[in-house]
Design a protein around this ligand. Sequence first.
Ligand SMILES: NC(=O)c1ccc[n+]([C@@H]2O[C@H](COP(=O)([O-])OP(=O)(O)OC[C@H]3O[C@@H](n4cnc5c(N)ncnc54)[C@H](O)[C@@H]3O)[C@@H](O)[C@H]2O)c1
Ligand SMILES: O=C(O)CC[C@@H](O)C(=O)O
Length: 528
Amino acid sequence: MVYQILVSDPLSEDGIQPLRKADGVEITIQTALTPEQLAEKIHEYDALLVRSQTQVTRDLISKATNLKVIGRAGVGVDNIDLEAATEFGVLVVNAPDGNTNSAAEHTMAMIMSLARNIPQAFHALKHNKWDRKSYVGVELKNKTLGVVGLGRIGAEVAFRAKGQRMNVKAYDPFLTEEKAKKMGIGYGTLEEVLQSADFITVHTPLLKETKHLINQKAFEQMKDGVQIVNCARGGIIDEEALYQAIVTKKVAGAALDVFEEEPITDHKLLELPEVIATPHLGASTKEAQENVAIDVSKDVVTFLTGGLARNPVNLPSVPKEVMNKIEPYFHLSEKLGIFLTNLTQEAMEEVNIYYAGDLTDVEVSPLTRNTVKGLLKRHLGDHVNDVNATYLAEKKGITINEHKTSSSKGFTNLLTVEVRTNLGTRSVAGTLLNGLGARLVKVDDYSVDVIPEGHMVFVRHKDQPGAIGRVGTLLAKELVNIATMQVGRSNVGGDAIMILTVDKHLEKEGLEQLKQLSDIYGVTAIDL
Ligand SMILES: NC(=O)c1ccc[n+]([C@@H]2O[C@H](COP(=O)([O-])OP(=O)(O)OC[C@H]3O[C@@H](n4cnc5c(N)ncnc54)[C@H](O)[C@@H]3O)[C@@H](O)[C@H]2O)c1
Ligand SMILES: O=C(O)CC[C@@H](O)C(=O)O
């Protein structure tokens, strides 16, 4: 059998050597196909290799009847419809490490260019203007760099900025004060980082949670004259809000490598003299392109020839016999993870997963990975899967413990997930009721009975007459229909919780208003 591999974006020739050398594969390189041409011939291929240009849509995947694996030579997989790939049984692999260094170096180049107006001054000189007055810059030394997202690239940028004698202050949902101390950097909430920084650089993935993370409200929190850098993904910064912040002189300059829509040449931000930009060049070095192409080529060949991929993005790899026994619990375990991560605002330090009842007789490690996936997805996005979840958690310094226990509290099976942070422990428990499906049966010390599904609102409140009514009235005003409601309390007049399932997602404004009601201690919207 000869596997057919299509390379549809420009990849480093040295990098694709593992493909050229492999037995039983044939490569076609066609980097100028229109989407229509690609859709027409995709059924001929077993593997597709892309960078960020090719849009691997649901429509394309549905036509790819022979496709087994998609290789993304780079980190971000936002040009690939992961859900469709999973649905059609196509493995997606990426190369998460190969371009970290280049992206960090590009970010530093952007910060320095911004500080010293290098692109603007060069442009003037090219147009025969010897202008020294207009391009007085600022030093980086002793300035504060705010790093939003301290993953692979953010951490490398922080390290380099320290070399420039900058003070670095970072925010990342997985960053603890202890870890920041070890790295020799400051630690703060997003608001604290935004308030204290002279330069702000974002390094998060683009997720539902990070879309427009830097918006008008965020700009208002920043120092006057702040400078902004985005070498991560367009859309993390709200471009319209950035434009207004520059025009009103709140922001003194911005360096952008990425845009909400790409490719783009005609953009009002590009007309502002305070904005410098590059056309998504963060990973465009000889070294990075070679690294990512090698990594992804090796993974594609390994997978096509029956091996296990090193960097799978979407598919679980669980032996069939094990899968048959535990499959019914998969839905429950991931939902418990998602529910709990929404209750946990601080960095997780330890996760304990307790299996009781029938669950003590089965191999539960796939369920542990699936629960951890639920816990991490909110902040790490769709590249967390059942294969890499525990590995990613460990890399974030989170200890995962799996326990089998005899204490099933009267249920035939019970799965309890407990997260420890520096503020204490939060936990949820769920069970699979025979014939009735999954149930959430405990949140912290409160017993409940809720189907873990759909949109929810979790409220912590004081057990007082009227508290429930006020919540109901406000949701009605927001046109959010309540489907079910569960109340739990510690003692009469003491602390209590409400779990409401609602017909649509509760938007930020509604959430804020709920928080203002009397006797309400906290409100979280959870989408399962
Ligand atoms: N410009 C380029 O060419 C280029 C090259 C490589 C990577 N990238 C992009 O850079 C970004 C970072 O890549 P990476 O390899 O460092 O990823 P990573 O997964 O290692 O790090 C991302 C970090 O963001 C954090 N995060 C998630 N939500 C957050 C939030 N709301 N606030 C603060 N932090 C949050 C995560 O906890 C994680 O630590 C990605 O968007 C990637 O696609 C761009
Ligand atoms: O392919 C590229 O050059 C962009 C890659 C980069 O954005 C990534 O997410 O890895």
